[in-house]
Design a protein around this ligand. Structure first.
Ligand code: KG4
Ligand code: ZN
Length: 341
């Protein structure tokens, strides 16, 4: 019988407390996600102090539920995987400490996981990974193109110079009076409107794989404020559609260009913003047209946001590649792929 490696995975980098049990990095036995969104909504964004307090309150219950739902005990586990960055330091520390306690108490190896690698591995639940591979990672804190020549090797070839795509969604959402996080609602509104405002497409034609979303955000906010001053009300569906079209155009064009330059077998689409319907259908269309030879794996909708199942899948790869953390593992808020080596 094939070996059954069960990993207990922890994720607490932002405003989701999550614990999962994952088998061989490819099967979810449980994935408990306690979201704090309601507590942060009235502030219009995540308040770090509030977030870490919630993590402390929830983490033990999440561990118990994850084990119970998977129908396993600590004795069945092969390892403990933990997100140690990037993210909010106080939030990360709660997960790191809990994972260390479990690993130490039960004599299990502690596997450090980069949160962004975790996002990529959400797509592992859709199919097997083939290398070389490219990932478009779009979340609330990051927007980057990651080239993976082989398993366990990550190179950032392009990233945002200012705001992340999700951050831009949340900021324009605020101007439209949409609750944090605004991405999902703007996405729904966009489907009902037209690109009538033609906002700028930053860095679209530049010969690099970097992104910028702060100019788009400012153009959007100015348009709304100027209309307010004139006492004019703009169509929120058209505003959303115009904003989304600008984001999607740049993300899709740069991704296709990255694939022109880097011959890969697969494109992975992951991160919170990967749940965006406009982005998903545009990439499906463009991949068919320009790179039909490249397979695409999109993270499942319910695993696009932060969750521990994705950390368990990435953690399994680190586990079989020999990554081990010691009991002095610390949270690294600014962790990036380069710093992992
Ligand atoms: O990856 P994630 O859950 O957290 C981070 O690691 O940042 O991403 C959260 C971000 C938020 O900015 C949220 O507005 C955005 O993902 N988001 C979306 C959609 N669903 C969530 N953005 C655009 N369209 C969506 N459907
Ligand atoms: Zn995330």
């Amino acid at each position: 019988m094939a070996e059954r490696n069960l990993i207990l995975a922890f994720e607490s980098s932002c405003d989701e407390t999550s614990v999962a049990v994952v088998e061989n990095g490819e099967k979810i036995l449980s994935n408990i996600v306690a979201t704090q969104i309601k507590s942060h909504q009235r502030f219009g964004g995540v308040v770090p102090e509030v977030a870490s307090r919630h993590h402390i309150e929830w983490i033990n219950r999440c561990i118990d539920e994850a084990l119970a739902e998977a129908n396993v005990t600590y004795d069945d586990l092969a390892a403990v995987a933990i997100t140690y960055g990037p993210g909010l330091v106080g939030s990360l520390l709660v997960g790191v400490t809990a994972a260390k306690v479990v690993a130490w108490t039960h004599g299990l190896p502690l596997i450090p996981v980069n949160h962004m690698a975790g996002h990529i591995y959400a797509a592992r639940y859709v199919g097997e990974f083939k290398y070389p591979q490219m990932a478009l990672l779009v979340s609330g804190g990051h927007t980057e193109l990651v080239y993976m020549p082989k398993e366990h090797e990550y190179q950032i070839i392009g990233e945002t110079r200012d705001d992340a795509a999700g951050e831009a969604y949340d900021k324009v959402g605020r101007v439209l009076g949409v609750n944090y996080p605004a991405g999902k609602t703007i996405d729904e509104w966009a489907a009902q409107g037209q690109d009538t405002f033609h906002f700028p497409r930053a860095m679209e034609k530049e010969d690099n794989f970097d992104f910028s979303f702060s100019g788009l955000k400012s153009a959007f906010i100015n348009t709304v404020h100027n209309a307010d001053q004139r006492g004019e009300e703009l169509d929120k569906y058209d505003l959303a559609a115009s904003f989304q079209q600008s984001v999607v155009d740049v993300l899709a064009e740069k991704t296709i260009r990255a694939l022109d330059e880097y011959p890969v077998k697969q494109l992975i689409l992951a991160g919170g913003v990967a749940a965006n319907h406009g982005l998903r259908s545009r990439l499906e269309h463009d991949m068919q047209k320009f790179h039909p030879e490249v397979g695409m794996l999109q993270a499942p909708l319910k695993l696009c946001g932060d969750n521990a199942a994705m950390i368990g899948a990435a953690g399994y790869i680190n586990f079989i590649n020999g990554d081990r953390a010691q009991m002095d593992l610390n949270a690294v808020p600014g962790l990036n792929f380069e710093r992992m080596k």
